[in-house]
Design a protein around this ligand. Structure first.
Ligand code: ADP
Length: 954
C-alpha cells in the first residue's frame, strides 16, 4: 500500500519535473528568441541612426569645405598675378589646409597654365611648389575643382576621401564585429586601414539588394553577408545587419553612401554570454529544487508512513497488552542478568495479592517449590542454547494462601557476546482453564472406564455419523468386526432400511441435544435379534450410541401385552357384570329384609322368632357380600373417591374395636390395642374407609384364630413433611396361618387359602382384596406375613393430615337420633304428614307401605315418575319417598318436574337408592331432591327423615 502510494507520488513528481524543465526550456527559448530579435532590431535602429549621423557629418563637412574653397577661390581673384601678394595668398591657403587637414592634403591653384601646389608637411611646415607639368586632375574621387568666374583661376583641392571618411566615421564605434564601408558609384570601399587591407567586401547578394536603393537615393537596413578573408586566406562569410545612408558630395560627381554593418553572431553572442549563465543557473537551480523535492518528498512520505505504521502497531500492541493483562488476569515482570526479578507491573496485586514491593522482596518464594526447580532447570537450558523465548507453567501461592496456576511467557535478551542480559515476561492466571482441563482429563478417563465396563455396544461418531471409536464387550450382536467400521459412515455399515433411520436419529440427537431412541431387527448368525439404540451428544464434536439387545424383553413384552389385553378385557366385563348383578340382587334383597324387619315386630312364638333371626342374619350377610362385590367392582372401575373429614382418631379406632368385643368374648380371645402416643388427637382422613379396612383385617384375625388365641393391634406413625402424618397398622394373630404359596394371591378377589373350613365358607374372598385396594387408595400398601399353624401378621400404612381444628365433622347427630327412644305408632301423631310413595318394585312398595302403616301413616303410592308428578298436581303432599329408578320417568326427572311446579315447591322429596356413591347423591340433590336414603331402608332412617322434615334437626 505504502510503496504503491510512493510510486504514484514519485511518478507525479517526475512528470512535474519534466514538465517544468520543458517549460523552462521553452520559456528560455522564447525569451532568447525575443531578446535576440529585439537585439537585432535595436541593432538595426542603432546602425541606421549611426550611419545617418555619420553621413550627415560627412556631407556637412564636405559642404563647408566646398563653401570655403569657393570663398578661397573668390579671395584669390585679383591676386593671381601679383607676386607680392603672395604672402596674403599663402596665409589663406595655409589656413584652409589647417582647417581641412583631415580632408584636403594638397591644394592646387592653377592660374592660367601655371600651377602651384600647397601642402603641409608632417611637421606642419607649409610648402608651396610650382608644378610644371600639366596636370588634368581627372580623378573624380580625388579632386574638387572650383573655378573663378572672373579670373582664370582654378582652385583644386586634392581630397583624401578614404582618410576623410575614416576620420568621420571613426567616432561611431560599432563594437566588436562592426564593419564600415562607403559606397561610391559601383563600388563599396571598406573604411579603416585594417579592413581595407584585409580585403573585406560585401557579398554580391547584399550588394545587389543595396545597390538599387542607394543609387535611387534611398536609405536602407539589410541583413546580408560580408565576406572577409581570414588570416589563413580562406573566405569567411559573416552574417550581418547592414545600414546604408546615401548622400552626395558636391561638386564630386556620383552617389556616395556610408555603410555600417554588425556581425549578427557577435550581437547575439553578447546576449548569449549575458544570459546563458543566467539560464544555466536557473536551470541548475530548478533541477536542484526538483531533485530535493522528490527526494525530500519521498523520504518525508516514507518516514511519515513508517512512523504512522509504527505508532499504530505500538498502539495496537499496547492496547492488546493492556486488554490481555486485564482479561487474562496477568502481570508483566522483568529479570536482571542474575535472574532476579527487578521490576513487576502493578497488576501483580490483583493476581497474587502481593504489592509490588512484597513481590520483589520475596521474589521466587511464591512459586511452589516443585515447580521452581523445574522452572530453573528449563530457564538454564533456554539460556544455554541462547533461546529467544521461554514459556512455562507454574503454581503460585497467593498472599491469602490459595494456590493458582499461571502461564508465563518470557522474552530473553543477550549482549553481543551472547551473555544473558535480562528478560521480560508476562504471567497470566490460568487456574480456571487448568482445573477445567484436569477435570476434563479425569472425566474423559472416567468416561472411558465406564464405557469399557458397560455390557452395551457403544460407538462414537462425529456429528455427521462417521465412526470414530467403539467400546464393545461382545461382538455377537455386531454385523461385522467393529474396527472395520472406523472412518466409515453409519449408513455404509448398517443395512437398509435401518441405516437411514439410524443416521436420521443421530442427526436429530445432534441438533436437538436430546436422546433419540431407535429400534432395529437384525438377522444375525445367532438368530433374529432386537436392538434398541440410543443416540445422544457426547460433546460438541462427537455423538455416542448405546445399543442394547432387547430381544428377550421384546418377546416378554409381546406376551405380556397380549396377556394384559385379555385380562383387562375380562376384568372389565367381570366388573360390569358384578356391578349390575349386585344391583339386581340388592333390590329384591331390600324388600326381603324389610319384610323380615316388619315380621320381627309382629307377635311370634319362640321357634318362629329363631327362624326369622336366621333368615335375617343370612339376608344381612348376603347383603354384605353384595355390598363388597359392588364396592370392589366400583374400586376396580376407579369410581371410588376419598371423603376426608376431621375426627378424633382414637375414638374412631375404639368404635371399630368395640364391634368385635362380643365375638372376642365368645371365642375367649385376647384382643389388645396399642396406640402410640405420637399419634395426634385430631387427624384428617377417610374414617369410613379406614374402618372398612380394619373391619376386614381384624375380622379375619378374629375369625381365623381359634379359641384362647391372641389378636394384637398396634398403631404407630410418624409425621412427614409439614402436616402430613403416616399411620402404621399392625394386626397380629396367633391363628391358623396362611400357606406361603397363597399369601401373594390373597389380595386378588375371590381368593381364599383353600382350607374349606366353616370360617372360610362364610366369606367371599373379597375382604382382603377390598382392603388392599382401599389401602392403596389411601396412599399406603399392605404386607402379609404368615406361617401355617403359628399365626399371621398384616401390616399396612395409610396417609393422613394432622388437623389443627377442634371441630368434629362426623355423624354424631345421627347417633343421637338413632339412640333416641321412640315409639313407632306415635310418630304420625307427633308429625302428621301427607306422604306419597313412588316405587316401581312391588316388594319394596309393599314394604314401604307396611312401614308407613306401622308409623301410623296412610300413604298414596304410585309406580312411575309421571304418576308422581300427576299426584302432586292433584293433592298437596308434605313428603315424597321417591325411588331413583322407575320406568317411563325416573325419580330424578320426576323430582325436577315437581320442583318446577308451584305445588311442588314445598314438598320434601327423599330419594331412595340402592347406590351409595357420591355422584348418585350429588345427582339427587341436583334434580331437586331434598334428602336421600340408601336401600335397604331401615325404620329408624325413615323416622329420622320424617323428624328432620319437621325441623327437628335444624
Ligand atoms: P373372606 O371373606 O373369605 O374372609 P378375605 O379376602 O378376607 O375373604 O380372606 C381371604 C382368605 O384369606 C380367607 O378365606 C382365609 O383363608 C385367609 N385369611 C385371611 N386372613 C387370615 C388370617 N388372619 N389367618 C388365616 N387365614 C386368613
Amino acid at each position: 500500500m505504502r510503496s504503491k502510494d510512493n510510486f504514484k507520488r514519485f511518478h507525479v513528481l517526475t512528470l512535474m519535473s519534466v514538465a517544468s524543465i520543458i517549460l523552462i526550456f521553452s520559456l528560455g527559448y522564447l525569451f532568447y528568441n525575443t531578446l535576440s530579435k529585439n537585439l537585432l532590431g535595436s541593432s538595426r535602429q542603432f546602425l541606421g541612426k549611426q550611419v545617418e549621423i555619420a553621413s550627415n557629418e560627412v556631407q556637412r563637412r564636405f559642404n563647408t569645405l566646398y563653401e570655403d574653397l569657393t570663398y578661397y577661390t573668390a579671395s584669390l581673384e585679383g591676386f593671381y598675378d601679383v607676386s607680392n601678394k603672395e604672402k596674403v595668398r599663402s596665409s589663406r591657403t595655409r589656413q584652409l589646409l589647417n582647417s581641412y587637414g583631415d580632408l584636403v592634403d594638397t591644394l592646387f591653384v592653377k592660374v592660367d597654365d601655371k600651377t602651384w601646389a600647397y601642402y603641409l608637411r608632417d611637421n606642419n611646415y607649409f610648402e608651396k611648389v610650382q608644378i610644371e607639368e600639366d596636370r588634368t586632375f581627372s580623378d573624380p574621387r580625388r579632386f574638387i575643382k572650383v573655378k573663378s568666374d572672373l579670373d582664370p583661376i582654378m582652385v583644386i583641392a586634392a581630397v583624401n576621401l578614404d582618410g576623410f571618411l575614416d576620420h568621420y566615421t571613426s567616432n561611431h564605434y560599432l563594437g566588436e564585429g562592426g564593419y564600415k564601408f562607403y559606397l561610391y558609384g559601383e563600388n563599396a570601399y571598406p573604411l579603416g586601414e585594417k579592413d581595407r587591407s584585409s580585403g573585406l567586401s560585401l557579398s554580391p547578394n547584399l550588394w545587389g539588394e543595396m545597390q538599387n536603393e542607394y543609387l535611387g537615393g534611398l536609405r536602407g537596413v539589410y541583413e546580408g553577408d560580408i565576406i572577409r578573408i581570414a588570416e589563413d586566406g580562406e573566405k569567411e562569410r559573416l552574417k550581418t545587419i547592414v545600414a546604408q545612408y546615401p548622400f552626395s558630395l558636391f561638386p564630386l560627381e556620383g552617389k556616395f553612401a556610408i555603410v555600417f554593418a554588425q556581425d549578427q553572431k557577435i550581437i547575439i553572442s553578447r546576449l548569449y554570454n549575458t544570459y546563458f549563465l543566467l539560464f544555466a543557473g536557473l536551470f541548475a537551480l530548478l533541477i536542484l529544487v526538483i531533485y530535493l523535492l522528490i527526494k525530500h518528498g519521498i523520504s518525508i512520505d516514507d518516514k511519515h508512513v513508517e512512523l504512522e505504521k509504527k505508532s499504530l502497531e505500538i498502539n495496537r500492541l499496547f492496547e492488546q497488552q493492556t486488554m490481555l493483562l486485564q482479561e487474562t488476569n496477568g502481570f508483566v515482570y522483568y529479570h536482571d542478568a542474575s535472574g532476579k526479578v527487578n521490576n513487576v507491573s502493578e497488576n501483580v496485586t490483583s493476581v497474587l495479592g502481593f504489592t509490588v514491593e512484597e513481590f520483589l522482596e520475596n521474589n521466587k518464594s511464591q512459586i511452589v517449590d516443585r515447580d521452581l526447580e523445574k522452572l530453573q532447570e528449563k530457564a538454564r537450558k533456554a539460556i544455554d542454547s541462547r533461546n529467544d523465548y521461554l514459556s512455562f507453567e507454574v503454581s503460585f501461592v497467593k498472599k491469602d494462601g490459595t494456590i493458582i496456576r499461571a502461564k508465563n511467557f518470557e522474552r530473553l535478551f543477550y549482549d553481543q557476546e551472547g551473555q544473558f542480559l535480562s528478560s521480560v515476561g508476562i504471567c497470566t492466571d490460568i487456574t480456571e482453564k487448568y482445573l477445567a482441563e484436569r477435570e476434563l482429563i479425569k472425566s474423559e478417563n472416567r468416561l472411558r472406564s465406564v464405557l469399557n465396563s458397560l455390557p452395551d455396544i457403544i460407538f462414537i461418531y462425529d456429528n455427521q455419523g462417521v465412526y470414530l471409536d467403539y467400546y464393545v464387550q461382545e461382538t455377537d450382536m455386531l454385523i461385522g468386526a467393529p474396527e472395520l467400521s472406523l472412518g466409515r459412515h453409519i449408513k455404509d455399515i448398517i443395512p437398509p432400511p435401518y441405516g437411514e433411520k439410524m443416521e436420521n436419529a443421530l442427526i436429530r440427537a445432534s441438533k436437538t441435544s436430546k436422546v433419540q431412541t431407535e429400534q432395529m431387527t437384525l438377522d444375525l448368525p445367532s438368530g433374529k435379534k432386537f436392538l434398541e439404540i440410543r443416540f445422544f451428544k457426547l460433546d460438541d464434536e462427537r455423538m455416542i450410541s448405546v445399543g442394547r439387545d432387547v430381544t428377550e424383553q421384546k418377546l416378554w413384552e409381546k406376551g405380556l401385552k397380549e396377556a394384559m389385553e385379555v385380562a383387562e378385557g375380562a376384568n372389565r366385563a367381570k366388573s360390569e357384570f358384578l356391578a349390575s348383578m349386585s344391583h339386581e340382587i340388592r333390590t329384591p334383597m331390600n324388600g326381603l329384609l324389610g319384610m323380615i324387619g316388619l315380621l320381627e315386630y309382629t307377635t311370634l312364638d319362640e321357634e318362629q322368632e329363631s327362624i326369622v333371626k336366621v333368615i335375617k342374619d343370612s339376608g344381612e350377610s348376603l347383603l354384605v357380600i353384595i355390598k363388597d362385590i359392588l364396592d370392589y367392582s366400583k374400586i376396580e372401575e376407579g369410581k371410588l373417591e376419598l371423603e376426608l373429614s376431621n375426627s378424633k382418631f382414637r375414638e374412631e379406632l375404639n368404635k371399630v374395636i368395640n364391634i368385635f368385643s362380643g365375638m372376642v368374648v365368645g371365642k375367649e380371645l385376647s384382643l389388645n390395642l396399642n396406640i402410640s402416643p405420637i399419634i395426634p388427637q385430631w387427624l384428617i382422613l377417610d374414617n369410613e374407609k379406614l374402618s372398612q379396612i380394619l373391619f376386614n383385617i381384624i375380622g379375619n384375625a378374629v375369625k381365623f384364630t381359634p379359641k384362647g388365641g391372641d389378636v394384637s393391634i398396634k398403631v404407630s406413625g410418624e409425621p412427614i413433611l409439614d402436616k402430613n402424618f403416616m399411620l402404621y397398622f399392625n394386626v397380629k394373630d396367633t391363628g391358623v396361618g396362611i400357606p406361603k404359596s397363597k399369601i401373594d394371591q390373597l389380595i386378588n378377589p375371590f381368593t381364599q387359602a383353600g382350607r374349606g373350613t366353616a370360617e372360610e365358607k362364610s366369606g367371599s374372598g373379597l375382604g382382603l382384596a377390598i382392603a388392599n385396594k382401599l389401602i392403596e387408595l389411601m396412599g399406603g400398601s399392605l404386607q402379609i406375613e404368615s406361617e401355617v399353624g403359628k399365626g399371621s401378621e398384616f401390616s399396612f400404612t395409610i396417609f393422613s393430615r394432622i388437623s389443627d381444628s377442634e371441630e368434629i365433622v362426623g355423624q354424631d347427630e345421627y347417633e343421637k337420633y338413632a339412640r333416641e327412644e321412640y315409639k313407632l305408632s306415635h310418630i304420625s301423631d307427633k308429625f302428621p304428614k301427607e306422604i306419597l310413595l313412588a316405587e316401581d318394585n312391588d316388594i319394596n312398595l309393599k314394604f314401604m307401605k307396611l312401614l308407613m302403616k306401622q308409623l301410623g301413616y296412610s300413604v298414596d303410592a304410585v309406580s312411575t315418575g309421571e304418576e308422581a308428578v300427576k299426584a302432586v298436581r292433584q293433592k298437596r303432599y308434605d313428603m315424597i319417598f321417591m325411588d331413583y329408578q322407575m320406568p317411563v320417568m325416573d325419580g330424578l326427572e320426576a323430582s325436577r318436574e315437581i320442583k318446577k311446579m308451584k305445588e311442588g315447591k314445598s314438598v320434601r322429596i327423599i330419594g331412595l337408592s340402592a347406590n351409595v356413591f357420591k355422584e348418585d347423591i350429588e345427582r339427587a340433590f341436583e334434580a331437586g331432591m331434598d334428602d336421600y336414603l340408601t336401600k335397604p331402608i331401615k325404620i329408624q332412617d325413615v323416622v329420622m327423615k320424617i323428624k328432620e322434615s319437621s325441623g327437628m334437626n335444624v
